[in-house]
Ligand binder design. Structure first.
Ligand code: 13P
Length: 260
């Protein structure tokens, strides 16, 4: 994933039904002025992906899956594969903390999902981040290291070009307790250091790193101003098209937000 564009991703989680998702897309399409320097990605309920993929202007917005199973086909009742998502979505979240903590996705599952996404020409957004306890123990950079190594094992340098990393501290998700820009700078630097160690300086410079966790229209600019940060992964504040558009607006180069 090149860093030329700022990536703004809406993760609707288990919110908005198919009709609501369609209405939202209609509203957002009218509000958002497309800019070549911003890529807007919507991750709706899996139920709405097919219909939104027909409704969406793919030059204006991309779609993402929130989750999928890592096998391509077979007897896996209730699951959706990356092969089935191929052509419908351009991105997929992998390793979101709710998947790790509520549904017990292991590093092995996450690694297999990253592989499955890449194999099916879907860009994985690998989500990593420490819990409040791990943070209080001073383990943040160890956790980031372990989750990166765990998720990226088997990913080649060429494949890494299609991978996006999202730093989402668990304690900041849905809590209103967002990380400070200084926390995010530290984490993004730790991520790039680790990528450098694994893949070299070029890859570390090139990889897109997002921040997610209680981002609002008010806080978005502070994160987007960070040189090491290439975009945002937004939960609650993405559920309303007007609020989300306010965040998207901050990502345009002409918005007045300057990198520091
Ligand atoms: P909130 O923005 O609601 O904290 O959620 C963040 C998130 O988990 C995005 O994936």
């Amino acid at each position: 994933m090149s860093r030329d564009k700022t990536l703004i991703v809406a993760n609707w989680k288990m919110n908005l039904n198919v009709g609501e998702a369609s209405l939202y897309l209609h509203q957002l399409a009218k509000l958002v002025k497309s800019h070549r320097d911003v890529e807007v990605v919507l991750a709706p309920t899996a139920l709405a992906l097919q219909s939104l993929s027909l409704q969406v202007n793919s030059r204006q917005f991309k779609l993402a899956a929130q989750n999928f199973y890592w096998r391509d086909h077979g007897a896996f009742t209730g699951e959706i594969s990356a092969t089935q998502l191929r052509g419908v979505v351009q991105y997929a979240l992998v390793g979101h903390s709710e998947r790790r903590h509520i549904f017990h996705d292991s590093d092995k599952d996450i690694r297999a999902k990253v592989q499955a996404a890449v194999r099916n020409h879907i860009k994985p957004i690998l989500c990593i981040g420490e819990t409040a306890f791990e943070r209080s123990e001073g383990e943040t950079s160890d956790i980031l290291h372990d989750q990166l190594v765990g998720g990226l094992a088997n990913v080649t340098s060429e494949e890494l070009e299609h991978v996006v990393i999202a730093y989402e501290p668990v304690w900041a998700i849905g809590t209103g307790k967002n990380a400070t820009p200084a926390d995010v700078v530290m984490a993004a630097r730790a991520i790039r250091r680790q990528i450098k160690h694994l893949y070299g300086a070029g890859a570390s410079e090139a990889i897109a790193v997002l921040y997610g966790g209680s981002v609002t229209a008010d806080s978005a600019a502070d994160y987007l101003a960070i040189t090491e940060v290439d975009g945002l992964l937004v939960g609650g504040a993405s559920l309303n098209a007007h609020d989300f558009n306010e965040i998207i607006k901050k990502a345009h180069k002409g918005s007045g937000v300057a990198k520091v």
